[in-house]
Write a protein that binds this ligand. Structure first.
Ligand code: GLC
Length: 738
């Protein structure tokens, strides 16, 4: 582990008093003064070194991300801008902050940051699963829980939401975002930002949000992490940029530049994306922080010959804060003095960082009240929110013969088999912050509690998640033979997804499909329960199960919703936010593809189907929903009109259920070829048995029917536009101004 020289650090601990005794308080210390005036006043007082140090983010505590080698600071400089805070409580933060506020010359508080991706201690569903809930109110609710736990534990900013549109399940980080659709990522990005930031960043139940990884990281070549991505300008504007634009409009405090080389220019050295689009065109006024060592990595990527050159390029590209490699601290002052980086560029970076610190109220309230852990973690309402999200995000993929919910009159014995039955670690998912396995309810416990005394549970682990040890097969097979139905719990290790977790295939390890084969040979009805952090290729498994429940990695709720779906207590309402291919060989495969040059069977695979196994938006319910016709307020429109589309959905079953209505738009003919369909709105509602609910889509023609060109300019052309929902269609004609 390389250590910074004490001399370098000691230099930084120069203790002056910023406001000489006897003088009136400087403007920047006046909370009643406008933020921008405070920023400018403070900036004007700062030395070059103080400004450089504000752009420095290091970390304190035990580095919990094994992918990030880093240097341990011997001493924390009083002027450092930010620290990734890896301690589970505010005490260390407060002691660092107190030293900074009392001993540094200007008393600029440190901003503490952390990766609370889907919870801090109350761990809830992974983002890919959250999107399957189609319930952005719930996403906001759980984000609010994470914000409260994070802030009360000493964190001011979370490195979330991750909104990298991804269509390649081989890429482990697909688990961290909201799937394949730019619109879904946009909606959940907004929800997360609202949940994290609330309406006042200074409130200690809120945290600053940092959208990541700007931009196009989800297109990492071959699904391998850290590889380059090649994305056309057209695709950038129609797919990868929209979630970030949505987040800027929602007021995100920060953006993280990524690792990937994008079209030859690394995203942490991409002036076009950062300065021209993010800051100038969209008016983003927060700060851009590099991803971990992504400035240093510019040397690996062949953009910079030296680390100093890397700092020059990144700074001049608009990256405001350097995470993890300490290079700004080492080279930036020299670069400024030699004129390679203009001081006004440094001023702009510091301005943005200070702006967020003022908005967070760090100058007035630099310390976090120390509370007992049980006053902030796993509060009843927090646990309930995580449970609701788990309930609504699980997806019933298959239910042949209406096997589920199980007929209690016919079930005397249930076999629970498979490596994830009694697992509570992997159900936490990756990036599980300070979540702990004991917080998680296992599937075994949940099912035992759910079916109580009158059903005998027979458990057999059967096999591991991978490897070749089949010694447990027989015991599990015999358990199945004794039972009336079998719940087979398979899936992934939580570290098989997340960062640096690419896999060459999205099929589960062979031993799992062999195990399922053996269990199916018992002839008993099998319910396959899957916990995983990516879409799976189930072609070798799906036929061996009458029912399939995709539970994702639900966090502390664990198996409770699964047990509820088995018993009927939970009516599944999840729908897929990402396509489940039939096989890895089909990747990329996603709903909003563009038309092929040929129709019919031409251009299809010769060896397997070209269709996915389970499509985007697929999900079964115990209710039966019947869609009426779509009614449009107008059938002929001009670009400046608004129109309403309405559909009434009736629950014709005897089971109350929630239904997410997904509204798609198809423009069959356009000067730029468009996807076969594009999701433009969704809404989820409870529909009581026998009752109806009307769903409305307020259409803004330019936004919802129109398209975008390779320069990011939205446009709408005349012609027919098809609106669809639930298999129903209606057509509106756009004409030139009448
Ligand atoms: C990691 C990840 C990023 C995370 C950051 C800080 O390498 O790429 O998502 O927020 O470093 O841990």
């Amino acid at each position: 582990m390389k250590r910074l020289s004490i001399a370098t650090l000691l230099l930084s601990i120069l203790i002056f008093n910023g406001a000489a005794p006897g003088k009136k308080e400087p403007l920047y210390r006046n909370p009643a003064a406008p933020t921008e005036k405070r920023v400018e006043d403070l900036l004007s007082r700062m030395t070059l070194k103080e400004k450089v140090y504000q752009t420095w983010q290091s970390y304190v505590g035990l580095n919990s991300n094994p992918n990030n080698a880093g240097v341990i600071l011997d001493t924390i400089p009083l002027e450092i801008g930010s620290l990734i805070y890896l301690e589970p409580g505010p005490e260390l933060r407060n002691s660092i902050q107190e030293k900074v506020m009392k001993e540094s010359r200007l008393g600029i508080p440190v901003l503490f940051a952390y990766d609370a991706i889907h919870g801090y201690r109350t761990i809830y569903q992974i983002p890919l699963g959250q999107a399957c809930s189609w319930n952005t109110d719930l996403a906001e609710k759980v984000s609010r829980v994470s914000a409260m736990e994070s802030r009360m534990s000493g964190v001011d900013l979370v490195f979330s939401p991750m909104i990298d549109v991804a269509r390649d399940g081989r890429w482990g980080r697909i688990s961290e975002g909201y799937g394949e659709c730019p619109y879904v990522n946009s909606r959940f990005c907004i929800a997360a930002i609202r949940g994290y930031q609330g309406d006042d960043l200074a409130d200690h139940s809120h945290v600053a949000a940092c959208m990541k990884h700007y931009v196009g990281y989800g297109m990492s070549e071959a699904g391998r992490d850290y590889t380059p991505s090649d994305i056309s300008d057209q695709s950038l504007w129609e797919t990868y940029l929209p979630p970030y634009e949505a987040g800027v409009k929602a007021g995100a405090a920060a953006v993280m530049s990524g690792f990937n080389t994008l079209n030859g220019i690394p995203t942490s050295a991409n002036k076009g994306n950062i300065e021209d689009i993010l800051k100038s065109r969209w008016g983003f006024d927060g700060f851009v922080v590099s991803d971990w060592c992504s400035i240093k990595q510019l040397v690996n990527q062949g953009i910079a010959e030296t680390e100093k050159e890397a700092v020059r390029i990144a700074m001049n590209s608009g990256v405001d804060m350097d995470m993890g490699d300490n290079l700004n601290m080492e080279y930036l002052e020299e670069l400024i003095k030699e004129g390679s980086v203009q001081e006004k560029r440094l001023d702009e970076a510091v301005r943005r960082i200070l702006r967020i610190k003022f908005r967070l109220g760090l100058f007035e309230n630099p310390y976090i009240d120390v509370t007992a852990p049980d006053k902030r973690y796993l509060l009843p309402e927090s646990v309930a929110a995580a449970g609701q999200m788990a309930d609504e995000s699980m997806v019933l993929l298959k239910n042949d013969g209406g096997l589920l919910p199980l007929d209690r009159s016919k079930i005397r014995r249930l076999a629970l088999v498979g490596p994830l039955c009694k697992d509570n670690v992997n159900l936490l998912g990756n990036w599980s912050a300070f979540g702990t396995a004991p917080d998680v309810t296992t599937i075994y416990k949940a099912v035992s509690d759910e079916f109580g005394e009158d059903v005998e549970i027979i458990y057999a682990r059967g096999c591991g998640l991978d490897g070749n040890d089949e010694s447990g097969f027989q015991e599990a097979y015999e358990a199945a033979l004794k039972a009336d139905a079998v719940v087979c719990c398979l899936g992934e290790d939580r570290m098989w997804s997340g960062e640096n977790a690419s896999r060459s295939t999205i099929a589960l390890p062979e031993i799992q499909s062999r195990f399922l084969d053996r269990i199916a040979s018992s002839g008993r009805p099998v319910i396959l329960v899957l916990s995983n952090g990516r879409p799976l290729a189930l072609s070798g498994m799906a036929d061996n199960a009458a029912a399939i429940i995709e539970m994702w990695q639900p966090g502390i709720a664990g198996g409770k919703p699964v047990a509820g779906i088995l018993s009927g207590r939970v009516n599944p309402s999840g729908r897929l936010s990402v396509t489940f291919p039939y096989s890895t060989g089909q990747i990329p495969i996603y709903y909003c593809r563009k038309n092929s040059a040929r129709r019919g069977t031409q251009g299809l695979y010769q060896d397997i189907t070209s269709e996915p196994m389970y499509s985007f938006g697929h999900g079964l319910s115990f209710s039966v929903f019947e869609y009426g016709d779509i009614h449009l307020s107008d059938s002929v429109i001009t670009a400046d009109m608004k129109i309403r589309a309405e559909v009434t959905v009736t629950n014709i079953s005897d089971t109350d259920g929630k239904e997410a209505v997904l509204w798609y738009v198809t423009d069959p003919f356009c000067s730029i070829a468009r996807p076969v369909k594009e999701l433009k709105f969704f809404e989820k509602k409870m529909i009581r048995a026998g009752e109806s609910e009307t769903f409305v889509f307020e259409i803004d023609p330019l936004v919802d029917l129109g398209y975008v060109d390779r320069n990011g300019n939205k446009f709408i052309e005349t012609g027919d536009y098809h609106i669809s929902a639930g298999g129903r269609n209606a057509t509106v004609k756009a004409v030139k101004r009448l």
